[in-house]
Design a protein around this ligand. Sequence first.
Ligand SMILES: [Cu+2]
Length: 315
Amino acid sequence: MRSIEQRTEKRCCTPARIGLLGLARAEFERGGGCSHAEFVEIPGGTAMVGTKAPQIPDDGEGPIRMVAIKPFRMAVTTVTNQEFRAFVNATGYVTEAERYGWSFVFWSQVPENVGATQAVREVEWWRRVDGACWFSPNGPETEDDCLPDHPVVHISWNDARAYAAWVGGRLPTEAEWEHAARAGQGDVRFPWGEDEPNDTDVTPCNIWQGDFPKLNTAADGFVTTAPARSFEPNPWGLYNLVGNVWEWTADPYRVRSLKRSVKERLAGMKGYKLSKGGSFLCHRSYCYRYRIAARSGTSPDSATTHHGFRVVWSD
Ligand SMILES: [Cu+2]
């Protein structure tokens, strides 16, 4: 069995565009847009953030913190391709993946005609694919893989903020996200409680089943993304908080730790942003991050096929 220490360094999660020059922030209109997204009212109060029982302590899952928050509204799903298309049609917004001309695609989804691709060090299953972006997610001529009701992917933090501003909203803080995910259930591991997903008959969310990164048996019904509104919602009516796609938050990626190894890792992650929820690539054997307290960080210009976002609104 793998120890927690080893697992800490193992991420399905975080390729970054390290070493590439930043691009200018795209122009976008603020607050003029229209979102038909369904949302729920989230009560304010004392949010529980983190857990008493961290599974990956070096990610900063503990200790448990109590944070006062105001009421807000949260979209019941992550932003879909259909919703993002409306934004692009209205504003002409160009995502960072389009500006860079490439994005990260999971190895098994790279079309055969793409040929050899560059891998990412330590997360070799991530491939740089030229032409991959939200409307053509696996590379050139894969527009048919952009399904209207699935989460939009290849969205950077900067892109997510631009969309959120257009619909008059914003990205949630970590405290808001966890508060909404817990739905009053306290220090539970998952949005549905404590039932641990397995590779066969307990599949409450879209994660990996089988041997990562080689074989996903798709016992949960999905090899890549699932429709944004699928599986049972949590008690507050929110879908796919864990699994499916990572969700950007408004917060910087910070880990409070005195450990030298953690500090060294964080030194290379300046300016990184925090994401929550894990993705369809997470598996307990490798990247046990489809838990409410789990966390990941990557650079605000990074984009992949397993990273999306959800919008919140407050008065
Ligand atoms: Cu993961």
